[in-house]
Design a protein around this ligand. Structure first.
Ligand code: PMP
Length: 357
């Protein structure tokens, strides 16, 4: 820390993103990216937009909002875009939390939430997941503050039905519920319809996963016009040009090509079921995943050790050094070939371990 660093941040522990190695080619199953390229239309629109990079993008994101509105059936005034949903989340922490309204979220969830709280000097409470890593809505019923729920949750992959989230919204209309739906397209129920019925529900989503656009950094927040205006106040105070021309154009292309997104999600879900079946045969235990990853542990293999042995074989998965989940690895679902490479490496590692015994 330099002597110039603000005292406000001297204790800040930044978020640690998953490894993005540049040294060699891995089978990369560690940051829940899509194994497929973006839709042809998204790439074509982005290429066209590249020819106008001398101009600032539209701060109102008008054409993107129009395409979103057509795709999701919400008004243009009901959506705001961000530089990846990480930015949408940060804007929600800034707009809707303070000393009187602490942030409330699970102890095991997206690791950026406590960092968003810390960087904005927002108090927060972590609610433990149950023993089986499920999130029990009853644990949140009487909490005061702003609730952040990843649904499906990460890194567990477990989803709550929409009705459970609706009950939470109904229980206290004065409490805002922010639903982070980064992985919703892989089999869970979206809460976007609730945003039209309840003024205390906000949904955040991303183009990074099901739309294969992690590199474009494009996220969205859907909610009542009043909530979106609050977020626009924050957004225009940070960076009105947060969505660049090429990402905006690619987003429009992706929204106009829903078939490609749906087909790719179908393949990922099929590969997920295949991977889970094969891992189960090898003795792994997994949480029920509604996402593009599985969360797996083996009763006879240390989680950290498996992570390292896979990495040595050129396969990258995500391991978290948190006591409750350190025996697990989070494995992104890729192509069938990616998953066969993973399964082959796991079999090899298990055989090697057996020989040693
Ligand atoms: N929410 C959850 C639960 C995530 O796992 C991630 C991705 N790591 C994000 C939000 C952020 O995704 P992005 O910024 O790429 O939209």
């Amino acid at each position: 820390m330099s002597r110039f660093f603000s005292r406000r941040y001297e204790n800040l522990i930044p978020y640690v993103p998953g490894e993005q190695p540049q040294d060699k080619k891995y089978v990369k199953l560690n940051t829940n990216e899509s194994p497929f390229p973006p839709s042809e239309k998204a790439m074509q629109y982005a290429r066209e937009a590249a020819g106008q990079l001398e101009l600032y993008p539209d701060p109102g994101c008008g054409r993107l909002a129009e395409a979103f509105s057509a795709g999701y059936g919400v008004g243009r005034e009901n959506v705001v875009f961000g530089n990846g949903s990480d930015e949408n989340l940060n804007m929600a922490f800034m707009a809707f939390c303070d000393d009187q309204r602490p942030a409330i979220f699970a102890d095991i969830t997206y690791g950026f939430y406590p960092v968003f709280a810390e960087v904005n000097h927002i108090p927060y409470e972590e609610i433990p997941l149950r023993e089986d890593l499920t999130l029990c809505p009853a644990d949140y019923m009487d909490k005061k503050g702003t609730i952040f729920l990843a649904n499906p949750n990460a890194p567990t992959g477990i989803a709550l039905p929409r009705r459970e989230i609706e009950k939470l919204a109904e229980a206290d209309p004065d409490r805002l519920l922010v639903v982070d739906e980064a992985y919703v397209d892989f089999g869970a129920e979206s809460c976007i319809p609730l945003t039209q019925q309840y003024e205390n529900v906000l949904v955040i989503g991303t183009f990074s996963k099901s739309r294969s656009m992690a590199g474009a950094r494009l996220g969205y927040t859907v909610g009542s016009a009043a909530l979106i205006r609050d977020l626009q106040t924050i957004r225009y105070s940070l960076n009105p040009y947060n969505v660049n021309r090429m990402s905006m154009a690619a987003g429009i292309g992706a929204l106009q090509d829903q078939e490609t997104t749906m087909e790719r999600c179908r393949v990922i879900m099929e590969n997920r079921e295949y991977t889970m079946k094969e891992l189960r045969k090898l003795g792994f235990e997994m949480t029920p995943s509604m996402t593009n990853f599985v969360f797996a542990r083996h009763p006879e293999m240390d989680g950290g050790e498996l992570y390292r042995k896979l990495k040595n074989r050129g396969i990258l998965v995500r391991h978290f050094d948190l006591s409750r989940i350190c025996q697990y690895n989070r494995i992104t679902i890729g192509t069938r070939e990616n998953m066969d490479a993973l399964l082959g490496a796991v079999r090899e590692i298990m055989e090697e371990d057996n020989e040693k015994c």
